[in-house]
Design a protein around this ligand. Structure first.
Ligand SMILES: Nc1ncnc2c1ncn2[C@@H]1O[C@H](COP(=O)(O)OP(=O)(O)OP(=O)(O)O)[C@@H](O)[C@H]1O
Length: 703
């Protein structure tokens, strides 16, 4: 957001000009100054303008916004009291876990503060207006936003995000609001966001293929059954929201290409799956996706990204993903609440003059239920699931808490374990405070869920203190280095236009060099971390493979030794037959035949495992190569810019010297003319005028 806007909110026109991610800009994409695609968004009614302005201003409060939403429940007032709309007083009941060691339990209360509390009677539209609406405008202006719902199973996370047919949640509402604000989109997309932050300008064939991908997904036969119902639901919502005011864009944006894309991913048991690809046939495993990092941005490699032209299309894609989520849940295990699901809307904006672009993402993350192991008494696979969920939520809690700690101490050296879970790795930038991030904490305010709710509330108390850093549009270098000072002194003798132009070039180059330096540092750190991670994984896999292999070999050796006499007997019987075709059916000893078969199976299994491990190692080596290539590219780009910077500096220095010489010549010429005019032309006005016009002509030639 513009500083201007933060400090002084105009009553009618609001500029939502937002910072773009400098890491994207640093890589050779020129910037369109002044006009950041949409620079002006106005709310269509005065009333809502104020609200939106308030929302937008709130965004600049530096802390992570944590909202509380309470599920509908009778008698919740016996346990909870909401005061001032943002303070929750918990009246701790007898027997509650948090007062187990407290003697006097007559009146224990716990107090939690939130950005806002939505009580059991709050409507979906209230949550949307207060939490999401302002962020959609920031998103349109190029900011990345993330919204996470956190809470125990059944507390209303999915209800808040997706909602029901009669009460649509924040995602369908955000889609409707977004598409009502954006202008009509073209039939086919001209640009596509890259996973790592850039854009691709699509050829006509690629445009058709993207359109087909969207069409094919929407007309998928397994999904068709519910499609009519989803269309009716969305249209009913559209009808209800048609009177709600939306933002309008006042800029002339005829030379800007726009496209909207959606993706839907699931993290289950620390594996990432694409919810927008058809489910594999029964019995076959789902394709696991990898998490990659490029220019400090984490992204899911090969995640399907579908182009959408309307809220309705996007809503159908959301439902397709939810359908896949349910299918996976019933076909493998009931894990609907056991996985984290992330629905992402991406907006790509590019000027047709090929001189600037913005890609922004809005992530809606429905986290897995946060219940504790003790309570659920899980065993087997369920225990593994719970461990994974708990690990990722625990790591999320640790990361949030360490980020808060690092910010408090103003210390950048505290290691934060983002890499310990896929979830935190994916939201690393946002959790570090580089992007807008908010959390809706859901609780079920019943007595049975009281202990569980206390854990959730404790987590929210930590999260609330995390600071969000507002990124400036361009990172400017303070003008204190030698070159800047030299230029400032020297350029003051130049005509204004030259001064402004050169000043801009220098500033821009300086700013981009700083960006690149920061990027390079970040990439070095990332590459180092990645290398260490790959090496440790590589070593661990090798050790595991080695141990496993040794154990199996031992076992096989033992089995072979014990079966030797029987095999020899079998060999005798079958005379010259091959070992593999020993007549097992006629063997006297049943158990030895079984042992033999087991050994063969073991060998086959070992071969398969070895092949799998080799595959993993191969992938890791490839990943390492890609990372090294990325670092190499970054270094090259940096060197090129440095050279460009040096060349410009040299040219300007030469230019300055040249101009100083010419100014000197002019000065002496001017002086000598002055002397002459005193002695010769003192009384002759015409000649004086002629001399002045000659001097002016000379000056304009020099400039
Ligand atoms: N505020 C609310 N008003 C009305 N119904 C609600 C509300 N919150 C939740 N529900 C209902 O409660 C049930 C459970 O909610 P939901 O599925 O959203 O929980 P969840 O936290 O996503 O659970 P899980 O982690 O198991 O997925 C649903 O039937 C939902 O419709």
């Amino acid at each position: 957001m513009d500083l201007e806007f933060e400090q002084n909110i105009p009553s009618k026109s609001i500029s939502y000009l937002r910072a773009r991610d400098p890491s994207i800009l640093a890589y050779g994409y020129p910037i369109t100054k002044g006009k950041n695609l949409f620079s002006e968004l106005l709310e269509s009614t005065g009333n809502t303008t104020e609200n939106t302005a308030k929302d937008a201003q709130e965004e600049n409060n530096t802390h992570l916004h944590v909202y509380l939403r309470m599920k509908k429940a009778e008698n919740y007032k016996n346990l909870y009291e909401i005061s001032d709309g943002n303070t929750l007083v918990c009246k701790v009941p007898e027997g509650a876990q948090c007062i187990r060691n407290v003697r006097d339990v007559t009146s224990v209360t716990k107090i939690f503060k939130f950005s806002k509390i939505f009580g059991p009677n709050a409507y979906q539209i209230d949550v949307f207006n207060d939490v999401v609406k302002g962020k959609v405008l920031h998103f349109i202006n190029g900011s990345n936003c993330s919204l996470l719902t956190y809470g125990a199973s059944g507390s209303g996370k999915t209800y808040t995000i997706v909602g029901t047919a009669n009460e649509p949640g924040i995602v369908p509402r955000a889609l409707e609001y977004l598409f009502r604000t954006l202008p009509q989109l073209p039939e086919e997309p001209y640009i596509k966001p890259e996973a790592a932050g850039g854009i691709i300008r699509l050829s006509s064939i690629a445009r058709k293929s993207e359109k087909n991908a969207s069409y094919n997904l929407l007309s998928n036969s397994t999904f068709n059954i519910d499609r009519a119902q989803h269309i009716r639901t969305y249209k009913a919502m559209q009808q209800r929201l048609s009177d709600e005011p939306v933002a309008v864009i006042t800029d002339d944006i005829t030379d800007i290409s726009l496209s909207v894309w959606v993706s839907f991913a699931e993290i289950y048991n620390e594996c990432i799956y694409d919810l927008l690809t058809p489910e594999p046939p029964r019995g076959q495993p789902r394709r696991k996706l990898r998490l990659c990092q490029c220019r400090g941005i984490s992204y899911i490699k090969d995640l399907t990204c579908i182009n959408v032209r309307s809220g309705l299309e996007a809503f159908q894609i959301l439902q397709y993903g939810l359908h896949n989520l349910k299918y996976a849940a019933t076909s493998i295990n009931d894990h609907s609440s056991r996985s984290h699901s992330i629905f992402t809307i991406k907006l790509a904006q590019a000027s047709d003059a090929k001189v600037g672009f913005t890609v922004s993402s809005f992530n809606f993350c429905d986290l897995a239920g946060s219940e504790r192991l003790k309570k659920t008494h899980n065993v087997g696979d369920r225990l593994k699931e719970s461990n994974n969920i708990n690990t990722s939520l625990l790591v999320l809690g640790r990361c949030v808490s360490l980020v808060r700690e690092a910010q408090k101490q103003n210390c950048h050296n505290i290691p934060i374990p983002f890499r310990e879970s896929k979830l935190t790795q994916l939201f690393q930038r946002a959790l570090l405070g580089h992007e807008l991030i908010s959390m809706i904490v859901n609780i079920n305010p019943t007595r049975e869920m009281f202990d569980e709710s206390q854990h959730v509330l404790n987590f929210s108390a930590i999260a609330k203190d995390v600071t969000i850093e507002q990124q400036p549009l361009f990172r400017r270098l303070p003008r204190t280095n030698r070159f800047s000072q030299y230029m400032e002194n020297k350029l003051s003798v130049f005509p204004t236009v030259v001064e402004e132009q050169d000043d801009n070039i220098v500033e821009e180059l300086e700013s981009r060099i700083v960006d690149l330096q920061l990027e390079l540092e970040q990439q070095k750190l990332d590459a180092k971390e990645d290398r260490e991670y790959i090496m440790s994984t590589y070593k661990r896999l090798l050790n595991e493979a080695h141990e496993y292999w040794e154990k199996r070999c031992e076992k096989l050796e033992r089995m072979t030794r014990s079966n030797e006499p029987i095999v020899i007997q079998g060999l005798d019987k079958s005379k010259k037959q091959d070992v593999s075709v020993i007549n097992l059916d006629s063997s006297d000893d049943e158990s030895s035949r079984d042992n033999f078969m087991t050994a063969q199976n073991e060998i086959a299994e070992l071969k398969r495992l070895l092949q799998e491990k080799n595959e993993t190692i191969k992938n890791l080596v490839e990943e390492k190569k890609t990372l090294e290539q990325t670092v190499e590219d970054a270094v090259k780009a940096y060197k090129q810019l440095e050279m460009q910077y040096e060349n410009t500096t040299k040219e300007m220095q030469i230019d300055i010297i040249h101009k100083e010489d010419q100014i000197g010549i002019l000065q002496s010429h001017f002086n000598s003319v002055g002397v002459c005019s005193n002695s010769t032309y003192n009384s002759n006005e015409d000649k004086e005028n002629t001399d002045f016009s000659n001097i002016q002509e000379n000056i304009s030639k020099v400039n």
